[in-house]
Design a protein around this ligand. Sequence first.
Ligand code: AMP
Ligand code: MG
Length: 285
Amino acid sequence: MTKDDVFRPASIVEALRATPETRVADIDTNGTPGFDGDKALGERLFAERGAVLSDLQEMLFAEGRTGGTRSVLLILQGMDTAGKGGMVRHVVGQIDPQGVDHKAFGVPTEEEKRHHFLWRIAKALPRNGQLGVFDRSHYEDVLVARVRSLVPENVWRGRYDEINRFESEVVREGTTIVKVAMFVSLDEQKKRLAERLERRDKHWKYDPSDVSERALWPQYQQAYQDMLDRTSTDEAPWYVVPCDRKWYSRLAVTELLIDAFERLDLDWPEPTFDIETEKRRLAES
Ligand code: AMP
Ligand code: MG
């Protein structure tokens, strides 16, 4: 089999897009939707496509430097151990850091708690020409906030519409939103948590409360289901990425980003000076 038999970027993007039929409980977290190749090919493509992604981002950055107002926002949501941090290091890490606005959202601070839940989100939106990356996001406010009853039901229920209105406005102002829901199986999560306990270099990542969250898996699945059903819009659709195989999930998110950048129809900015004149001036200098 050649590369072209198994690798069509568009089929990955298409296969991952959430639909009204998507059932969180039925996701094959070990699957590789839209891709028939093996790990070796996946890793090779990941490197090749990473270079493509990096060039596209540089074009957006150049556009932003010359007055452009567009940006891209990658939102990563997933249970602990889904691989959000690795996605940032490996996928986003292929891009020039000066073009990346990265933000990880943890438990809201006292100050953040005094504001509307979207306050800290609005402040972290990407600047013109940047790739914004959210490691967790406002979706925590309809996930953990719901499952852990941090706010009354009528409050979190109202948030789906608030989020849709907010994102619609963000899109209208020139930000392309790529929402990635990352899913690992309960077994795979157990393995990854066990590794955090085994390895001295991973102890810092272990959080005893992650084990308590495992008991709430069905409630989280329901919360993820409603999130997909209520907030996957044409303007800002969700993509559902199986994450038991890290090499696949990283290739997949690379493709989702390339797809978003390609839809911007980017080009290098026109010079604001006369090239021949400048060549002459430089030669004479
Ligand atoms: P980590 O991503 O492992 O650093 O953990 C961050 C923690 O912050 C997770 O347990 C999240 O559930 C929690 N968190 C993030 N956003 C919120 C929020 N809006 N409300 C409550 N907890 C949150
Ligand atoms: Mg954690």
